[in-house]
Design a protein around this ligand. Structure first.
Ligand SMILES: Cc1ncc(COP(=O)(O)O)c(C=O)c1O
Length: 367
């Protein structure tokens, strides 16, 4: 708790998203140690969406990135990132945005993912028309069942299509193992290795058919713990590790990552004895998880989450809990930090002495 107390918190209007620079630096250093350097790390920047955090990553030696939106890709390109994978399917008018980005940065190694024959054709047509070359990775479904070509023969067909399509280069396989999240460590390992095993086998089939598969990029924060140890995995792409949250932290209890983004909130009302209302509602902490959406440092464990509105969080305190005063501050750790960050235009940066020193903008907020 003490490590998160901000000495000059009275200068910060609430609600506010705080980013602890030292914790971010710790997480960057830690992942580098886990990975034996940054060569095989392609962090997903959708968690932070901030140029200042991307700069910290680049300063540490991270030179390739994953992102979800053209806006995030544009932010990275403007910072001088040389290798960007948009791990999201560019369809409709988004194809034009990617083409424009590539035109603006011809030397940029820009890649997108795809899993559909018509979409691959549309990407190829747009690139031919614009007279440029775009990298495409085949998105593979290894069990998450969200997107991705089925493993095996269907993937060979699509990989061949990308390889043969004018205007495109086939850059390999992309796997997001979002189904790897079991709180049981052994089961998590089993699911992660099963997922990556399917991708490795598919890579072998594609190569056997005569199409080289330059890269296999895989995994989020729970899966990379295991897939980073698999030689055939060229790069891992976790995102949440940079800020960490209770959603992952409560499951991956031995994780070395620290919470680095917390919401500072104040009590705005205590009109009934055991109730208190905080100024952090669903417009401050993302409500896209089951309740509770945050953990309040210093709040009793058995506090009841009574109601949540846009700008209000009503809590019932257990009997005997000292009554807080209006204006008291609480530090809230989000359950899902990625969607919480996207709610903010700016964050309040806290230095290693616990001082609020500057604000950073969430540059790539939105799409
Ligand atoms: C395609 C893709 N890759 C990587 C990640 C990063 O995963 P995590 O947030 O578990 O680190 C995500 C997360 O949503 C994702 O959708």
């Amino acid at each position: 708790m003490d490590e998160y107390l901000v000495k000059n918190a009275d200068e910060i209007p609430t609600p506010a998203l705080l980013v602890y620079k030292e914790a971010v630096a710790h997480n960057i250093k830690t992942i580098g140690e886990m990975m034996g350097g940054y060569e095989r790390l392609r962090p997903h920047i959708k968690t932070h969406k901030m140029a200042q955090v991307a700069k910290m990553e680049m300063a540490a030696g991270i030179d390739k990135f994953k992102c979800a939106t053209p806006k995030e890709a544009a932010m990275l390109a403007a910072l001088g990132a040389a290798d960007i994978l948009i791990s999201y399917h560019m369809v409709g008018a988004n194809i034009g945005r990617v083409v424009d980005l590539k035109k603006s940065y011809p030397a940029l190694d820009l890649k997108v993912i795809a899993d559909d024959a018509n979409n691959i054709q549309a990407l190829s047509d747009a690139c031919v028309q614009a007279d440029l070359i775009l990298g495409v990775m085949l998105d593979l479904n290894t069990g998450m069942d969200r997107t991705g070509a089925p493993v095996g023969e269907p993937a060979v067909v699509l990989a061949t299509q990308i390889h043969d399509a004018p205007g495109l280069t086939f850059e390999g396989l992309h796997v997001y193992d979002g189904h790897v999240g079991n709180p049981d460590a052994d089961q998590r390992k089993e699911t992660a290795l099963d997922s990556i095993g399917q991708a490795i086998e598919t890579r072998r089939l594609i190569a056997e058919s005569g199409v080289a598969v330059p890269k296999l990029v895989a995994s989020g924060s729970p899966g990379f713990e295991h897939t980073r140890l698999v030689d055939e995995v060229d790069e891992v792409s976790p995102g949440t590790w940079i800020f960490w949250d209770t959603g992952y932290g409560d499951q991956l209890v031995d994780s070395p990552f620290r919470w680095a983004a917390l919401v500072l909130s104040r009590v705005i009302s205590t009109t009934q004895d055991d109730l208190m209302t905080l100024d952090a509602g669903s417009k401050s902490i993302a409500p896209d998880t089951p309740e509770p959406h945050f953990r309040g440092l210093g709040l009793p464990d058995n506090v009841t989450f009574v109601r949540r509105n846009e700008e209000h969080q009503l809590l019932r305190l257990p009997q005997g809990t000292p009554r807080p005063n209006v204006g008291d501050t609480f530090y809230l750790v989000p359950r899902h930090v990625c969607t919480t960050v996207n709610l903010w235009d700016d964050v309040y940066v806290i230095d290693e002495n616990g001082q609020f020193v500057e604000t950073w903008s969430v540059d790539a907020r939105g799409h």
